[in-house]
Design a protein. Structure first.
Length: 115
């Protein structure tokens, strides 16, 4: 499984971004795709994830502002981020977990929110 994250950038506080995570390879084996983020000096943390049967889970800081969704035809998972705050600044990476508990990571995309 290969993952390609895109959509990061520089945005002002209150703005929006949509991140994309395109999966390729043995996508049929994927059970869950999640978005994680890591800010400088901080541990990586889960932002949101979505399972193959569309169950979703969000970190508390993401609830009400971020939405995770998937387009199965494009093998792509999206993270719509609204009402962005400076503290959302981080490298955002996507992760895939397969039905056999293998884990794959894509290269991250930088999100910078200016105040």
């Amino acid at each position: 499984v290969q993952l390609q994250a895109s959509g990061g950038g520089l945005v002002q506080a209150g703005g929006s971004l949509r991140l994309s995570c395109a999966a390729s390879g043995s996508t049929f084996s994927i059970n869950t795709i999640g978005w994680y983020r890591q800010a400088p000096g901080k541990q990586r943390e889960l932002v949101a994830d979505i399972t193959s049967d569309d169950n979703t889970d969000y970190a508390d800081f993401a609830k009400g502002r971020f939405t995770i969704s998937r387009d199965n035809a494009k093998n792509t998972v999206y993270l719509q981020m609204n009402s962005l705050k400076p503290e959302d600044t981080a490298v955002y990476s996507c992760n895939a977990q397969t039905k056999r508990f293998m884990t794959y990571w894509g290269k991250g995309t930088q999100v910078t929110v200016s105040s």
